[in-house]
Ligand binder design. Structure first.
Ligand code: URA
Length: 434
């Protein structure tokens, strides 16, 4: 087989077999096939597409490129959740302890921030002492003791995705549905959970701005889940504005803790209850998602999720003092208010732009080597539909440096659109695909 022939075959719109796809993927991971040929292949896929069996074969080949986790040593049905990435999305920090408190086992392998979207590992590392780089034995140990673990990818899961994703990022081939579906599902399946709940973000702050695209992606991933015998539920949720109010690592930890105390923003709390209800039903802990949601509501009121978070933090070496005293989290030196130029109603809070502003302040990274400042970020004070008076605070920037500050202030102000009429509120959940 030659990579060139397979590139031409896909370029001309013909079907590839599993052997052909696998040859390209394993050849790329081993270094036998160079970047430029895989780049050409990815562009051919982007333009010509893959049918469902090719997408399934690509997913299988990606899984085969590395290790897979065997979670059978953890009792019960294991349920995983994943979000396609957004701005202010701290649901993992809330959901993992809350769902574990309800009796489902959750082994969550998370990623880091890249581009305008945040990463759970960076948020967790804002907690003093918290360790995310756990060897596999310790992941199993923490999960057995507490029912949940929040870890980074210390195991060599789907190395093909790491290499291919980096290429897609620089070759204009990120937003291809079969490439996104196989990238996400290969990692989820390799991570070993029996059930998967995926939060596909719709709107400017995510990857897919259009509901129909997100729906098609959701259906493709649910079908892949079925092929690999992992029941998969897809929630299409809104990312037209940031989720909750906090954007930035320590700020998001603080908001997650407040949410587990029952004091979180309404949209964030609601999304966690919906996702968590699906996780409990998928794991067979409750008969229906609605019963799961009801159970989580009670646990939230009892503070059971917060107690579980405390257990997880202790098990992973972190300081639980931040739960009782959030002022112990890293805090920025300065707070700068961005105010409304005129009165009216908030029509739009451009989530992508808010994400880029938090990156300008130092909360994210443009390349893997960038260091993150856990203290900096944004508190969004007004959301779509809120009334605002001229001069009222729209957002607070938490800053540690004057570098990029003027641009950050200007772009933050421009992220808000204020109009005369109260707009209709965007839905939080667009669809559920089971
Ligand atoms: N998230 C992933 O893991 N992969 C993609 O391709 C897009 C979002």
């Amino acid at each position: 087989m030659r990579a060139l022939d397979l590139i031409i075959k896909k370029r001309d719109g013909r079907r590839l077999s599993f052997q052909e796809i696998d040859y390209l993927i394993q050849g790329y991971v081993s270094g036998a096939i160079p970047d430029y040929q895989i780049s050409a292949f990815l562009m051919a896929v982007f333009l010509r597409g893959l049918d469902f069996s090719e997408t399934r074969d690509l997913t299988r080949a990606m899984i085969r490129s590395g290790d897979t986790l065997d979670l059978t040593g953890i009792p019960g049905v294991k349920v995983d959740k994943h979000s396609t990435g957004g701005v202010g999305d701290k649901t993992t920090l809330i959901l993992v302890p809350l769902v574990a408190a309800a009796g489902a086992a959750v082994v969550k392998m998370s990623g880091r921030a890249l581009g305008h979207t945040g990463g759970t590992l960076d948020k967790l590392e804002a907690i003093p002492g918290f360790r995310v780089d756990l060897p596999f034995e310790e992941i199993l140990g923490v999960a057995r003791r507490t029912g949940a673990v929040l870890a980074g990818q210390t195991i060599n899961l789907v190395p093909a995705d790491k290499k291919i994703y980096a290429l897609r990022d620089v070759t204009g081939t990120v937003d291809s549905l079969p490439l996104i579906a196989s990238s996400i599902m290969s990692k989820k399946i390799a991570a070993g959970a029996d059930r998967i709940v995926l939060d596909v973000k719709v709107g400017s702050g995510g990857f897919l701005p259009i509901v129909e695209q997100a729906q098609a992606l959701g259906e493709m991933m649910a079908a892949l889940g079925q092929e690999f015998d992992r029941k998969t539920v897809i929630i299409l949720s809104s990312m037209v504005q940031p989720l909750g109010c906090a954007v930035g690592n320590a700020l998001e930890v603080q908001e997650a803790v407040a949410t587990l105390k029952g004091e979180g923003p309404a949209d964030l709390t609601e999304l966690c209850l919906v996702l968590g209800g699906e996780m409990l039903a998928a794991a067979g802990v409750t008969e229906t998602p609605q019963l799961g949601r009801d159970r989580l509501q009670v646990l939230l009121e009892q503070g059971a999720g917060l107690e579980k978070l405390r257990e997880i933090i202790i098990a992973q070496g972190g300081s639980t003092d931040i739960i009782d005293d959030p002022s112990l989290l890293p805090a920025a030196a300065q707070r700068i208010e961005v105010t409304a130029p005129h009165s009216g109603f908030i029509q739009e809070v451009d989530a992508r732009e808010v994400g880029w502003v938090s990156l300008l302040l130092g909360a994210g990274r443009l390349c893997k080597e960038d260091t993150i400042d856990p203290a900096v970020g944004i508190t969004v004070m007004k959301k779509i539909g809120d009334a605002v008076a001229a001069g009222e605070v729209l957002a607070v920037l938490h800053v540690n440096s004057t570098e990029n500050l003027d641009e950050a202030k200007r772009r933050m102000s421009q992220a808000f659109t204020i109009g005369r009429k109260k707009p209709s509120l965007p839905p939080l959940i667009y669809d559920v695909i089971r």
